[in-house]
Design a binder for this molecule. Sequence first.
Ligand code: DAT
Ligand code: MG
Length: 134
Amino acid sequence: MEKTLILVKPDAFARGLSGEIIARFERKGLKIIAAKHMTVTEDLAKQHYAEHTERPFFGELVSFITSGPIIALVFEGDNAIKAARQVIGATNPLEATTGSIRGDFAIAVGTNMVHGSDSPESGIREAGLFFPEL
Ligand code: DAT
Ligand code: MG
């Protein structure tokens, strides 16, 4: 079974949409195996977004994800990575279909509500960063 790290980002948490968002993954058939409320440190943010270090928006990524409380979760299930990314929608909310989290709740790519791992390997890596006990 695959694992995916899901982050309910600061924009979604501040808007009171955590429950709505988490419910969508559960309804899809994914199981929560870890969850916590936390604030991401700069060090953790940089490790989490390591693949984006060279991107021009890296600084904004780190400052946004550390800007306020989040909910971090690990969901498990068959094809959890693809299933969760379908629930989340395209990176740019203006390209995300209605019915997806980003399509329904967001407009800007910088504040797109949710993170979801993009491969089984990154699911394991990212889940381990946020939940070393797993
Ligand atoms: P995703 O979150 O869909 O996996 P990604 O891994 O390519 O997308 O990028 C990570 C985050 O970086 C994304 O959720 C929002 C931000 N981002 C991506 N492309 C961007 C861009 N062109 N300008 C600003 N922020 C961007
Ligand atoms: Mg990504």
